[in-house]
Design a protein around this ligand. Structure first.
Ligand code: NAD
Ligand code: WQD
Length: 341
């Protein structure tokens, strides 16, 4: 199969491309590189020994999309391109609706015109909002509490309407929990712009000496040690979930599933696991709770297992070891070695 991966140069996208290639697919990446580096694609080619076709462009550019579908014999789309910072989405909601919702609209229209009607979409646990019950199953109410989360929910609803109106459309919605880690080669990984918002990349930058200490947002949550609890899931497991989803859509109906492990770990659990993986001390300071943070969030991961036969295999220790291997080899992310490559 020839799979179009939008956002394929990004953190999750690069791992998805690698798993698709390893499973014998051909891959064309569409990316505008607004939050990623072209080096990630070179590294995917290096690891896999296989070529990746790259189209530089914006998902909002319909004319470009129409040309792309004429040029490549695409059988399905994995749609990861989008903006993902909750903070930025509060400050600039229109750019989030434009990129994430309008961009997806342009993509879907171009797909329809080209007769490509199979799509896997990157959604997020953030569509659930504040958990009313745990673990979070797919039937939990959808009530996002920030503009970013609403862009994800709106796209989910657009996709649901589309597959309802026309059963030719096969839609797989993947709600990721907290993707962390990196490919075991240490060649591709997460490289956030500026100060990381998420926990694991921040911890990794402390370990590698780019930052002095970690600020832990709250030690009075109703959890075992007072710090926030999340469902961390290895990015390679997440990537494998996309291959399962694409394969399932060959014969199965549209679906939405959580991609998580079903286990919750606290911030202090992550700090300890990263210290032991890296052999580095992670100094931390407790601060106030972060606005909009929920205390605990973890998945009921049974639907993905039942429907797709997918489950996460890698534990927190593997997540930290792999994240650390990437960070240690690439202390400044992709930019650090741009000159030598
Ligand atoms: P990322 O920023 O590393 O990757 C996003 C990619 O999309 C980048 O390569 C970027 O250049 C590209 N892109 C953005 N806007 C574009 C546009 N208009 N046209 C073309 N390309 C564009 O982020 P990621 O962590 O790899 O996330 C990938 C997807 O998964 C996103 O849709 C995100 O919302 C979703 N997601 C991520 C997480 C997470 O914690 N990382 C959790 C849940 C869902
Ligand atoms: C995890 C825990 C923080 C940073 C976000 C989005 C979600 C999804 C994944 C895209 C929390 C604590 C964090 C730090 C800390 N992304 N923390 N100090 O909040 O579950 O989810 O990313 O869809 O939509 O909301 O992940 O990694 O930011 O935080 O103490 O410097 O770590 O308070 O308890 P979160 P996170």
């Amino acid at each position: 199969m020839m799979i179009l991966v939008t956002g394929g140069a990004g953190y999750i996208g690069s791992h998805v491309c690698l798993e698709l290639l390893n499973a014998g697919n051909e891959v064309v990446v569409l990316d505008n590189f607004c939050t990623s580096s072209k080096l990630s694609i070179l590294r995917v080619q290096e690891i896999s020994g296989k070529p990746v076709l790259v189209e530089e462009g914006d998902i909002r550019d319909r004319a470009m999309l129409e040309r792309l579908f004429q040029l490549h014999n695409v059988t399905a789309v994995i749609h990861l391109a989008g903006l993902k910072s909750i903070k930025e989405s509060h400050a600039n909601p229109l750019s989030y609706y434009d990129c994430n919702v309008n961009g997806t609209m342009q993509l879907l229209i171009a797909m329809g015109n080209a007769g490509v009607k199979k799509i896997v979409f990157s959604s997020s646990a953030t569509v659930y909002g504040s958990p009313r019950s745990l673990p979070l199953s797919e039937t939990h109410a959808l009530a996002p509490i920030n503009p970013y989360g609403r862009t994800k929910l709106f796209v989910e609803q657009i996709l649901a309407d589309l597959s309802l109106a026309n059963p030719d459309w096969r839609v797989g919605i993947l709600r990721y929990f907290n993707p962390v880690g990196a490919h075991e080669s240490g060649l591709i990984g997460e490289d956030p712009i500026g100060s990381p918002n998420n926990l694991m990349p921040y911890v990794a930058q402390v370990a590698v000496g780019r930052r002095d200490h970690l600020n832990i947002w709250g030690n009075n949550h109703p959890t075992s040690d007072g710090t926030g609890v999340r469902d961390y899931v290895h990015v390679v497991d997440i990537a494998a979930g996309h291959v399962s989803a694409i394969n399932y859509l060959d014969h199965g109906q549209s679906f939405e599933v959580n991609l998580g492990t079903g286990n919750g770990f606290s911030v202090l659990d992550v700090v300890r696991a990263f210290e032991s993986a890296s052999g580095k001390k992670i100094p931390y300071i407790f601060g106030p709770r972060r606005e909009g943070d929920v205390s605990s969030c973890y998945a009921d991961a049974s639907a993905a297992k039942k429907l797709l036969g997918w489950k996460a295999h890698r534990d927190l220790s593997a997540m930290c070891l792999d994240h650390w291997r990437w960070q240690k080899a690439n202390p400044d992310g992709y930019s650090g070695r741009a000159i030598s490559e």
